[in-house]
Design a protein around this ligand. Structure first.
Ligand SMILES: Cc1cc2nc3c(=O)[nH]c(=O)nc-3n(C[C@H](O)[C@H](O)[C@H](O)COP(=O)(O)O)c2cc1C
Length: 233
């Protein structure tokens, strides 16, 4: 018994050696840019627009529009997942998803959500707190129409976030639908569409040397005026 105990401890120690990795010396100095009050617009969408295009120009990020969407779930836990930003303008930020998915259900109960971007090539992070609402059906239809047929059918086939028996379930359903809609117009499923996130607070983070990063926060006041503050890094 004692020998068995010692053997188990040794196995555990070996496993720890295999699976443990010390990351304490992963360190990087951020030196690519700066964010100063003297050079920012009054409106965060304007600054987001500027940053987005600078990051795109800089290159080296394949999907500049990939963002993390965080919601508070029905179980009380936050949950974050990557989704693609498909449009932004003075009203806010639009992404498309399945309204019956976990995030869709969470947003229905609590529309206060958070979007965040990490653009490592330019050492930038943007965190947006906002209120989500479904886009008008005409907006969802407009975007759905631009999608390739495969993506349209994929949206119909997938009961997003639900447990399914196998991958074959999806593939067979897709084959059936390909036959059904052969050369025909594919309608947008009513449980699939956009969310417009109206920003209430937007923080821009620019990495700087010595961990003295720049953080500029915009907060919407009385629905029209943006209060601007610098936050300690
Ligand atoms: C790069 C990338 C882009 C994605 N884009 C979307 C998207 O635009 N819409 C979407 O519903 N899911 C998208 N997903 C999948 C989501 O991360 C997630 O798995 C899915 O929406 C289900 O999330 P939920 O169960 O929390 O609702 C994307 C994932 C990755 C990694």
């Amino acid at each position: 018994m004692f020998l068995f105990y010692i053997l188990n401890l040794t196995t555990l120690a070996t496993l720890n050696k295999i699976y443990m990795k010390d990351l304490s010396n992963y360190r990087k100095s951020y030196e690519k840019s700066e964010l100063l009050e003297s050079n920012i617009p009054e409106d965060p969408i304007n600054l987001f627009h500027r940053w987005f295009y600078e990051v795109e120009e800089f290159g080296s990020i394949e999907e500049v529009n990939a963002m993390t969407v965080s919601t508070i779930g029905l179980d009380g836990f936050p949950r974050a997942r990557v989704v693609l930003l498909k449009k932004f303008n003075e009203e806010g930020f639009i992404f498309y998803t399945n309204y019956d998915s976990e995030k869709g259900k969470a947003i229905e109960v609590n529309p206060h959500i958070c979007l965040s971007f990490f653009w490592h090539s330019m050492e930038r992070q943007v965190i947006i707190k906002g209120i989500a609402e479904k886009t008008a059906p005409s907006v969802s239809d407009g975007y759905f129409d631009t999608r390739p047929d495969g993506s349209k059918l994929g949206a119909i086939v997938s009961p997003q976030s639900q447990v399914i028996l196998s991958r074959t379930f999806l593939e067979e359903k897709l084959k059936e639908l390909e036959k059904q809609f052969n050369q025909k117009e594919i309608p947008r499923p009513i449980n699939w569409g956009g969310f417009l996130v109206r920003p209430q607070e937007v923080e821009f983070w620019q990495g700087r040397p010595n961990r003295l990063h720049d953080r500029i926060r915009y907060q919407l006041q009385a629905d029209y005026f943006w209060k601007i503050d610098r936050l300690a890094p």
